[in-house]
Design a protein around this ligand. Structure first.
Ligand SMILES: Cc1cc2nc3c(=O)[nH]c(=O)nc-3n(C[C@H](O)[C@H](O)[C@H](O)COP(=O)(O)O)c2cc1C
Length: 242
């Protein structure tokens, strides 16, 4: 399918066929494709929990407020934000970047670029993603407020704003996943109608993690799970060319 056809074909399906199933490896493959989504500073602060066994159904449906999109699905993927992984991810990226620079840059440029990466992943990222009862966010806000007097700065650095940054990237992975699924002829329903506390308890997720979206997976049963025509506000309302 061409991208245009894929986008038109993908719908939020709220009732799946009980006769057709998806090989779990296909979903895993789509999740592998989802990791190719862009992510802020390439930090990849996400985790995809792929629930294959039908024993998850009851608990998950309850946590998803009884939605049919959850109860009739054959598998589910919970997109989890892992801001708590910031240190290990930054370390991983720094190691990668040092080797990457050595492989792909001229010798005379390497030292400066490596030094830049050391500051970026070694100091800046840990400073940006750390949390401590909002206090670190307030400190970062004060720093950018002062810096902002002299030059352009990224101002969204409070703990709440950084949490949004992490969710933003995770949602891009979720969308990439849904398109990959559509390309294979499979259906999905993204859900944020859930009790996050219940989901975290069910999956034994630690504090500091967030549930970005739960995507139920299955195959549509004709048009039964599609709630009528697609609705979009007029394009002129959302598109401004200047
Ligand atoms: C972040 C997010 C959360 C959503 N949560 C739910 C949900 O809990 N239950 C549901 O049935 N649909 C949910 N949807 C699906 C939207 O209602 C759906 O995308 C929208 O109505 C447009 O329909 P379409 O996806 O078929 O184009 C969600 C979509 C997004 C992006």
């Amino acid at each position: 399918m061409k991208l245009q056809n894929l986008l038109e074909h993908r719908r939020s399906v709220r009732l799946f066929s009980d006769k057709k199933s998806i090989p779990p490896d296909d979903i895993e493959d789509c999740l592998r494709q989802a990791t190719l989504a862009p992510t802020s500073s390439n930090m990849q602060l996400w985790q995809f929990i792929h629930l294959v066994d039908s024993s998850w159904r009851d608990g998950l449906t309850k946590a998803c407020l009884g939605q049919k999109a959850a109860s009739t699905a054959t598998q589910w993927v919970v997109f989890v934000t892992r801001q708590d992984f910031f240190q290990s991810r930054a370390k991983f990226l720094l190691n990668f970047e040092i080797l990457n620079i050595k492989r792909n840059n001229l010798k005379d440029k390497q030292t400066k670029r490596i030094a830049h990466r050391k500051v970026y992943y070694g100091k800046l990222m840990p400073l940006l993603y750390a949390r401590f009862f909002r206090l670190l966010g307030i400190m970062r806000k004060l720093i950018v407020l002062i810096m902002g007097i002299f030059r352009p700065v990224v101002r969204e650095v409070s703990e709440t704003e950084i949490r949004t940054v992490v969710h933003k990237s995770c949602a891009l992975a979720a969308q990439t996943f849904m398109l990959a699924m559509a390309e294979k002829g499979y259906d999905t329903c993204p859900m944020e109608g859930f009790d996050s506390k219940m989901v975290k308890k069910l999956l034994h997720l630690p504090r500091g993690t967030g549930i970005n979206m739960i995507i139920s997976c299955g195959i549509r049963d004709g048009n039964k799970g599609i709630w009528g025509d697609r609705c979009r506000v007029p394009f002129e309302e959302v598109y401004k060319r200047r």
